[in-house]
Design a protein around this ligand. Structure first.
Ligand code: RIB
Ligand code: CA
Length: 311
């Protein structure tokens, strides 16, 4: 099969970095048209630079990286340095990127690219949905050229940034509301799935044993990033949230999903950013998303380790 055209929108961020490694090591499956950065885990000035650092470390300085929106649609930016460190990629030292940042704004790139593609494009969304929402508002026609939006975000049960909301959706709930209402094919990989994907010491050891610059960087990042989840949740390691999106694109049979109507809370401050998932058709709204509800965790880590071994 020909490689699937993909745009990766991200807020690196440690788990975003691991997701990028996974994607960049799979050129026969994923034709990465571009990487777009958004403010999220850390401010945009860092997420765009971090995206370039990861591309260079992965041997892809040829990739186009675009900077997008520096803040959410309405709310002030909330960041997560407590999880990812001040740089967003704490745990390793990477040189300043030498590959240039594209001058075009990521939103304008998304519009121009999607309006001119021959084959519809899959959007891998790893951070707040600001860039995509603004692009949809600015040029709704792009929706016809989106094969699928696969996003890490939301929660059917419990949140992480608040009791009811997951970080990516919480940071820009209005953007998420726009995306979920846009009518594009959408697959949501929520915390209920990604919180099962724990990088235990044994799984980290398998990656460490690859003994490459990329695997060493991944280990340094994950050992730093793991401290937060291990302390907060008592887990044996960090959750690998964003790599689940890329794994879904590479090996969808690792996952199962169910169709459901999903909407986003944008009124109540108590539950702001909650993804309200109508699993049992209690509303009259038609399903608008594939809500992933299971993952083969061992299969995920086999895919991750085998793919990282290709660097
Ligand atoms: O809630 C986890 C998500 O928020 C991940 O994408 C992580 O990188 C942060 O962006
Ligand atoms: Ca992210």
């Amino acid at each position: 099969m020909a490689a699937k055209p993909v745009i990766i929108d991200c807020d690196p961020g440690v788990d975003d970095a691991i997701a990028l490694f996974l994607a960049l090591a799979s050129p026969e499956h994923l034709d990465i048209l571009a990487v777009t950065a958004v403010a999220g885990n850390v401010p945009l000035t860092l997420t765009q630079a971090n995206a370039r650092k990861i591309c260079e470390l992965a041997g892809r300085p040829d990739l186009s990286v675009y900077a997008g929106c520096p803040r959410p649609v309405l709310r002030p930016l909330v960041t997560a340095e407590d999880v990812h460190g001040r740089t967003g990629l704490d745990g390793i030292e990477l040189p300043e990127p030498t590959m240039l940042l594209q001058q075009q704004h990521a939103v304008n790139f998304l519009i121009e690219c999607l309006l001119n593609v021959r084959e519809s494009v899959t959007l891998a969304m790893l951070g707040p949905l600001t860039n995509l929402a603004i692009a949809i508002i600015q040029q709704p026609q792009i929706c016809q050229h989106i094969n699928e939006v696969v996003l890490m975000g939301g929660a059917v049960t419990h949140g992480n940034i608040t009791p009811s909301a997951e970080f990516n959706i919480y940071v820009d709930p209005h953007a998420a509301h726009v995306v979920f209402a846009a009518g594009v094919p959408l697959t949501m990989i929520s915390l209920d799935v990604t919180n099962r994907v724990i990088a235990t010491p044994e799984r980290l050891q398998a990656i460490r044993a690859l003994n490459t610059p990329v695997s060493a960087a991944a280990i340094g990042l994950l050992e730093y990033y793991g401290a937060f989840d291990m302390k907060r949740y008592g887990t044996a390691g960090p959750f690998l949230h964003d790599p689940c999106v890329i794994a879904y694109l590479l090996q969808p049979d690792l996952f199962t999903y169910r169709r459901a109507y999903v909407n986003v809370e944008i009124t109540s401050e108590l539950t702001m950013g909650r993804t309200v998932v109508d699993l049992w058709q209690r509303t009259n709204y038609l399903p608008n998303a594939n809500v992933v509800d299971s993952i083969n965790v061992e299969g995920f880590y086999q895919l991750l380790t085998q793919t990282l071994a290709r660097f």
